[in-house]
Design a protein around this ligand. Structure first.
Ligand code: SAM
Length: 661
């Protein structure tokens, strides 16, 4: 199978069928249309992403799922005639043309109508007829139509379209009184005078402009701009401003955090110094003023264990001598901000007598399958050599894939090789069965081995499903992080208080972002579900500056310029606030009106370890509802790249390729 056919197949499985779209004719039609031919050439690599993409004339090619959903709602038959309003790229017209006998499609932008016409012709679609004009008036010369689909959002259902429906015909259109969001509506013509109407759910489309749509001027100057004029002022009044991280007064923040036991600190990129430094500042106060004793971060367990050993006086250097964090992206943890924080933690622990009060440092991530295997075997060799031999044989099942875990996923799907699930579960079970015996000798070492064995179990499942279920493996990763958090809490005692450092996309509640439509959850959501108000979620953001990131997976770290934020983003609103740095409480806002106005969804930027400014909108922005995503938001208008300890990198597993969050 070619690359695009492969991606198209995955799109059908995971974007359409997984969401309950089972219409055979629609699935076949979508399978037959090469979407890559309908997107701008510089965005071809995103052709099968679960999202709308920009095309010429400031318009969009709709998200594949929406095209499929609307087509299914039309209940189109092979002998029928369909009308589409809003040709755009011509993609949806091609999908319709795979099912219907004739397709008529109208576009109000000449450039789009002309391009779509010749594109469809080149692809051999002889049953599609493209007209340049106002589609809200329909195409009376070719009426009646058995099905009409409108691909732009209007204020009402245009009367002319209803009148051009055949008896029994279906009209599917997004309708809404705001330019931002609409309800997808299906109108069915019962007879000459009667129509039936059903709601099919909330959607977001570009505006339908025309005689029975929005007026051109209103649509071009959205009401939103008016809100954005006042929103930065509201944020200014509802936030606490500060000039420098080392001088910011965090007393009010500590009060807002109150008795929360889990504080999750985010970051909008994996390579911004201010995010590390501010998280260190807040964590120090949580440790000193609120008795937090655990820091858990988005790093692999064995790597974080070196920092833990250092801050407990067992190892002499946290980041350099033992060379942890040597997997790509090294700069994420092997950087000067983390080193400084590790020294602070060590100093803090050195001044405490009680072991229980000392702070520990843990890794929540699961990309260390083989070093975790080594750690488990090393432990068992010391405490129980016979069990170590059994474990060595069982873990041997995974060894053929030590250079390329991506292959493990592929060979187990095709059943060429056996799965290692049973083996890794059995090793963890054996270890847990001897908890009392083993942990008598050294509880900390047992806990370390137990977590590594748990990691191996979860990583095996993660890699096994990575190839064919992208969102499922994301969920497995975040579930592993949450499971590890719970193990840490169980280990440190029921009153344990934990600070978590992870990317915003992990710690901000997934239900308030586009992730949830893809069936994805994250540790922020799981923490809220489990701990309610005892979990406090803090997101971070920036407008411009520099960031440490790579251009591709496994590539060298570069210091890149962060582009000024997108006009429709939360970042742009924050950038327009007339102060540079601030803390914005969202759970208990200083003014309710600010929170209320922030509820309207906007774009939000996420930079992982890869940053691609050239395709920033597609690669790094998603829709979110900020006040539902976070309990508090911390803003730095201008930021700078973290300083790595070493420039060495070794290629790691392409875990969250291509964006590495
Ligand atoms: N179906 C398209 C595709 O597959 O690429 C996506 C369409 S895009 C979401 C909506 C299109 O509707 C835009 O190209 C816009 O110019 C067009 N449009 C808006 N109002 C229109 C009108 N009154 N008549 C015709 N086209 C209109």
């Amino acid at each position: 199978m070619g690359k695009f056919e492969d991606l198209r197949k995955q799109m059908i499985d995971y974007q359409l069928e997984a969401r309950g779209l089972h219409s055979q004719s629609v699935l076949e039609a979508v399978s037959a249309v090469p979407r890559e031919e309908f997107v701008p050439t510089d965005l071809v690599e995103f052709a099968y992403k679960d999202t709308a993409l920009p095309i010429e004339a400031n318009q969009t090619i709709s998200q594949p799922y929406i095209v499929a959903l609307m087509t299914a709602a039309l209940e189109l038959k092979p002998w029928e005639k369909a009308l589409e309003v809003g040709t755009g790229s011509g993609y949806a017209a091609a999908v319709l043309a795979e099912i219907a006998k004739e397709v008529y499609t109208i576009e109000r932008h000449k450039i789009l109508a002309d391009t779509a016409r010749s594109r469809l012709q080149d692809l051999g679609y002889q049953n599609v007829h493209v007209l340049y004009g106002d589609g809200t008036l329909g195409w009376p010369e070719n009426a009646p139509f058995d099905a009409i689909i409108v691909a732009a959002g209007g204020p009402v259902v245009p009367e002319a379209l209803k009148q051009q429906l055949a008896i029994g015909g279906r009209l599917v259109i997004p309708v809404g009184s705001s330019l931002q969001t609409q309800t997808l509506v299906r109108v069915r013509r019962i007879n000459e005078t009667e129509f039936e109407q059903e709601d099919l759910g909330a959607v977001r489309f570009v505006p339908l402009i025309g005689a029975a749509g929005w007026e051109d001027e209103i649509a071009e100057t959205p009401a939103k701009e008016k809100i954005e004029e006042t929103l930065p002022e509201l944020i200014y009044k509802s936030s606490e401003h500060f000039a420098r991280i080392d001088q910011v007064n965090l007393d009010n923040l500590m009060e807002r955090i109150g008795g929360s036991r889990i504080v999750l600190l985010g970051e909008a990129s994996h390579g911004t110094a201010e995010f590390y430094e501010m998280r260190a500042r807040i964590t120090k106060e949580l440790i000193e003023k609120k008795g937090f004793t655990s820091v858990a971060v988005e790093a692999d367990w064995p790597d974080a264990a070196h920092i833990n050993q250092y801050i407990h006086g067992i190892e002499s250097d946290p980041l350099l001598e033992s060379k942890p964090f040597s997997r790509f992206p090294t700069w994420m943890w092997a950087n000067h901000s983390v080193l400084e924080f590790s020294h602070w933690l060590k100093n803090h622990n050195d001044n405490l007598d009680s072991v229980n009060e000392k702070v520990s440092f843990y890794g929540l991530d699961l990309y260390s399958l083989f070093s975790s295997i080594e750690a488990v075997l090393g432990y068992l060799d010391k405490v129980d050599p016979a069990t170590a031999e059994v474990a060595r044989t069982r873990y041997g099942c995974l060894m053929p894939w030590s250079d390329d875990l991506g292959m493990y996923s592929q060979v187990t799907i095709t059943k060429q090789y056996r799965e290692c699930e049973e083996d890794v579960i059995a090793t963890l079970r054996d270890l847990l069965a001897k908890r009392i015996e083993y942990s008598q000798a050294d509880g900390e070492q047992f806990f370390n081995a137990e977590q590594n064995a748990r990691l191996v179990k979860n990583a095996e499942r993660y890699y096994r499903t990575m190839y064919y279920a992208e969102n499922n493996s994301w969920n497995q990763r975040d579930q592993h992080m949450f499971e590890t958090l719970q193990s840490v809490i169980a280990h440190r005692g029921p009153k344990a208080k934990v600070v978590i450092w992870e990317h915003n996309s992990h710690i901000g509640d997934a239900r308030a972002t586009q992730m949830s439509a893809r069936g994805e959850l994250n540790i922020g959501q799981l923490a809220r579900e489990e701990y309610g108000n005892d979990a406090y979620l803090i997101g971070f953001g920036t407008d411009h500056g520099t960031v440490a990131a790579a251009s591709e997976w496994g590539g060298p770290m570069e210091v890149k310029q962060v582009q000024p934020s997108h006009i429709d983003s939360y970042e742009r609103v924050c950038h327009e606030v007339k102060t540079d740095n601030f803390l914005l409480p969202l759970r208990n806002p200083l003014q309710q009106i600010t929170r209320k106005k922030l509820l309207a969804e906007r774009l939000e930027r996420a930079i992982g370890v890869i940053y691609r400014p050239e395709t920033e909108l597609q690669s790094h922005y998603f829709y979110a509802c900020l006040p539902n995503q976070f309990d508090e938001y911390i803003w730095f208008d201008e930021t700078r790249a973290v300083v790595p300890l070493t420039k060495e990198t070794s290629k790691g597993i392409p875990d969250t390729f291509p964006f590495g969050l």
